[in-house]
Design a protein around this ligand. Structure first.
Ligand code: ZN
Length: 88
């Protein structure tokens, strides 16, 4: 069973919700706090099992991320990479 989205009012991967890709919180503390601010969930600290689904990202976000497959779940997860400016 896929992990469910931890964002308030989101039913990503819940029984009646949409089937979505999910992402772990970044290990980088600065990025993690940006995610926390973005999801607007009070008194919440992400754990190793906290996930955010694809509905909270834009195309642009994905371009700045690196993907890997989670060995435990077999789910493809994505983490933010440092922002780089492309020459083109
Ligand atoms: Zn979600």
């Amino acid at each position: 069973m896929p992990s469910m989205c931890c964002v308030p009012n989101c039913n990503g991967n819940y029984k009646k919700g949409p089937r979505v890709s999910i992402f772990c919180f970044p290990r980088d503390k600065v990025l993690a706090s940006q995610w926390l601010r973005a999801i607007k969930r009070d008194n919440f600290s992400p754990t190793a099992s906290s996930r955010v689904c694809e509905l909270h990202f834009t195309e642009d976000d994905f371009r700045r991320e690196a993907s890997a497959t989670d060995a435990q779940t077999g789910i493809r997860v994505t983490a933010h990479t440092e922002e780089t400016r492309s020459a083109s």
